[in-house]
Design a protein. Sequence first.
Lengths: 127, 623
Amino acid sequence: MSSSGAKMMIVDDEPDILLVTKMAIEMCGFSAETFHDPFQALEKFKTSPQDFSLVLTDIRMPKMDGIELARELMRVRADLPIVLMTAFNIEGAILTSLPMMKKDDVVKKPFNPSDLCSAVRVRLQKK
Amino acid sequence: MPHGFEGVPASNIIVPVIVVAVAIAASVTVYGYSTLIAENVSKTSSASVRTNAQVQAHDISRIFSSKVNDVLHNLQIIASTNTVKAGSIVSSTDLFASAQASTKGFTDTYFWIDKNGKLIWANAFSNPDTYKSFAGADRSDRSYYQVPKETNLPFVSAVIESVDGVPRIYYSYPIMTATASGGQEFAGVVVSASNLGNLGTTLKGELLSSPNSIGMMDNNGVVLYSDTKDLIGKSYLGPELQNALPAEVKEPFNSFLSQSLGGKEGSGDFTYLGNTTTIAYAPVSLSDRQFAVLYITAPHQLTIETAALLETQRNLSTLAIAMIGATAAGVSLLVLTWNRRLRVTVDKRTFELKQSNESLEDSIRQLADANAQLQSANEQLTLHDKLQKEFVNIAAHELRTPITPILVTMHLASLENADNSRMSLSREQYDMVVRNAKRLEKLAADILEVTRIESQRLELHKETINMNEKVRNVITDAKSFVPADKKVDIVFEPTKEPLMVNADRSKLFEVLSNLVRNSIRFVEDDGRVEVKLRKSDDGTAAIISVVDNGRGIAPEIMPRLFQKFTSSFEMGGTGLGLYISKAVVEAHGGTIWAENNRDGRGATFTFTLPLADTSGAKDPAQT
């Protein structure tokens, strides 16, 4: 399980999910910084956009949802790989909202950590 | 509802009234007109009768005069004949015969009296017996000899009863011969006479037969002719007749007679025993002799009959018109009655129709209402369906959310312990699994509760509860809910008097607990949550407030605060707590609301519960 040393940004309003996602990502060999508040995450990203190889964000969050956050992040860095997580069966709607995203860029909760790793890797390789 | 069952409009009553009035007016008019006609006809008829009577009287006068003049003319011829003048009887007998022949029927005889008053010839003398009896008879005392002898003028006598007892009128003409001195000398008279019976027959023959009477009298009032034969020859002015006559007949009759004898012509009416009779009178003047002709009409039959006829006609007309009026009135009343019945029927039908129409309209309205309700229900169903789908979607999401940490943790544990048959979990992993499993359990319970609420199957098992105790219980429970890394001060000041409510114990616990836990979630570290309890001003309800000094409620959230899944992700709950709390409070007859505190820090959730009726109840504080 090689690690590229790439650092992931994980955003989710659910602390437990944030925690287990971080654990899963670290198991894959990446490091991760977690944010339960999308605004804080956006602030952090703006200050150091190149620190993060990929952003993994939940979609349904208060204040700002994952799609909005994704748009804002890409505005800062257009080539930023983003993987979306959701407990909803709404990939179609997500893909419509974010035309540059592919079906593989959405991970459904609950997820198998191995699947999450694959998705993240695929997304990183695409870059 | 007004409809014309009672009464008929006045205009309908006017119709027969007018008809009857017109009929009465017509009757009166016709009656009056008939009376007028009757009077006119009567007058006309009277006038006609009178005129006719005068004409008749005049005719009789004229006929009589004519006949007498014929006789006088014959006498004149005889008297002026030379043979007569010469006193030659033998040569003159044919003259007398032809004269008698020419006035036969009117005259009895022609005869000759010499200058000394001796009867020297008569037609009857052709009979030798008569000649023997009468030849040379002295007639010098007779007026028909004396008057012409005196006057040398023709003479007409009054009625004279002859020697044979028959009343006669005598006509005489003087025979005048020339004297040597060239003068005239009385030489006797030629005479003729009318038997009054013959005279009457002649007159009657000249007149049209009629019911009217004719009377003739001479200047002495001796009746020459009468339809009543007994009167002929009698003196009308004599005491016998005058005494027999009633005054109302005698007076006008005598007046007419004296007029006539006075040479006047005219007419007049007299009424006897209710019958009007017209008498026309005319004079006959022959050689100074006055006669009176009276034409006496029968009682005015024509007038009477006409009047009677007109009376009958008038009465019949009046009756007919009265009957027409009555019939018209009857028909009008009948029509009116029918009309009224018809109106009542029509009104009834109209009323029924209106009613049925109204009920139809009602039905249509009800149908429309039902349709609207159906549509509304359908819309609500559609909305409900949509909300239900949304609820299911969100519920699914909410269920997956705690499952994710559990599953991911288990997967990770599995990967970490890939080589071991026994799997070990760190304390952190274990806590996470349990925590999320509990959350799942709570979520499942809440979803079931929501389902119960929405299908109206929420059951309350009410009992009297001491609120002070209940709040203490909730606070004790909630303290264990405060995260270890968070310091929250939970404050409660119990009321001095016990505040008893009638509520479902476990559900009240849920509501209060939910509000307190929410506040605990909301406050920052070192936060403060206070539960306040008081009685409402009107003393009917308990007011329970949970006040925190957290970050308050976002204005955009406020309207949806008590809706499902409004705030779950923000507050870490299931998102159903407030929704369920509201339903439970309202099921108890209370209300619930939330507001941000005026000092700008935190929010207050308040709900009310009706106070229990503690009169006569056992002390609930001991429960």
